[in-house]
Design a binder for this molecule. Structure first.
Ligand code: EAX
Length: 325
């Protein structure tokens, strides 16, 4: 009797353990980091990614969302395989896949429709196809938005006033070259270092899209917001290629579907922030300045264009500029 009881318990324990082990083995953890708060154009995209990836994989993917504002470190970490995926601006991406820098040229895109159209076209896909050669898997282009200049105490009545100003840029050679052409002393740093640089006044200003300024409260550290929209800032969702290769077909398809859902949620939120965010920022007290003459900024940065043509090819740049729906 005693013997039988023990056996039964052992059997039950065995079943229980096997069940536990099975479900643990069947679940693959996917850590996805993103920059900006949960309530932002990247935060909502990460949530959409998690929902679709977990559902479409039949619950075999477990997506863990974390915030990581140093976007260069996030890309490095994905490349190493220390984390599975990362989402953020494409700011530091050119240090990994140099060809993507063509998208960072100022005044390249007329509006959101133009930029999204190019990213969704063969041009965007051709760029994504280069990622595996650089140790990354490009899931989908995302969006950060058109960037606007903000400054602290110094006011900018026209681009001439930029001469000698220290402006924080992303760690992006194209952006630095363009600002240098305008007479600025570009000061590249990771996004994670920006708030303290603004608070301590080590830079005179910075530039970022409305969704970023809004969700990170950058207006609290700046006096003026100039709606320069001088450059489109793509976003990107990347994963580690070995991780993708280790997935089942169903899981791989789930990641791609989740990428599409993330991109849709991200773009919808950018649109929302663009239509409502400027008023919100004005209400919070920052001096918002419409720019009548964006061409003056285009002209101020124009001397950098010859270098961009050498680097990326005049043909490709023209193809992007001339893109039509
Ligand atoms: O992703 O570094 C930047 O200014 C980016 O636009 C920001 O991290 C949002």
């Amino acid at each position: 009797m005693k013997f039988a009881d023990t056996t039964k318990t052992a059997l039950l324990a065995g079943v229980f353990l096997t069940g536990g082990v099975l479900s643990a083995a069947a679940q693959t953890t996917l850590t996805l980091t993103h920059s900006s708060p949960a309530d932002s154009h990247f935060g909502v995209a990460a949530t959409a990614f998690k929902e679709v990836a977990e559902e479409q994989s039949g619950g075999t993917l477990n997506v863990v969302i974390q915030r990581l504002d140093n976007e260069r470190e996030a890309l490095e970490s994905v490349q190493f395989g220390a984390q599975e995926c990362a989402m953020g601006s494409a700011g530091p991406l050119g240090n990994f896949v140099p060809e993507t820098r063509v998208l960072d040229i100022p005044f390249l895109f007329d509006d959101y429709q133009h930029a999204r159209g190019v990213l969704d076209s063969e041009i965007g896909q051709d760029l994504l196809d280069l990622f595996p050669g650089r140790g990354l898997y490009g899931v989908v282009w995302m969006e950060n938005g058109f960037r606007n200049l903000t400054t602290g105490t110094k006011a900018v009545a026209s681009p001439e006033d930029l001469q000698g100003m220290k402006i924080r840029t992303m760690e992006n050679q194209v952006h630095m070259d363009a600002w240098k052409a305008a007479g600025v002393l570009p000061t590249p740093m990771a996004f994670s270092e920006l708030p303290s640089a603004l608070q301590q006044g080590t830079v005179d200003g910075q530039e970022n899209p409305i969704p970023v300024i809004l969700s990170n409260n950058l207006d609290m550290m700046q006096k003026h917001l100039y709606l320069t929209r001088h450059v489109y800032s793509p976003g990107i969702l990347v994963c580690n290629p070995d991780f993708i290769a280790s997935l089942t077909d169903e899981q791989k398809a789930a990641v791609d579907e989740a990428g599409k859902a993330a991109s849709a949620a991200n773009r919808a939120r950018v649109e929302d922030d663009e239509s409502n965010g400027i008023e919100v920022l004005r209400g919070r007290g920052i001096d918002v300045v419409e720019i009548e003459d964006r061409d003056a900024y285009r002209a101020a940065m124009a001397s950098a264009n010859a270098g961009f043509e050498d680097a990326f090819g005049a043909d490709l740049i023209k193809r992007i500029r001339d893109w039509k729906p």
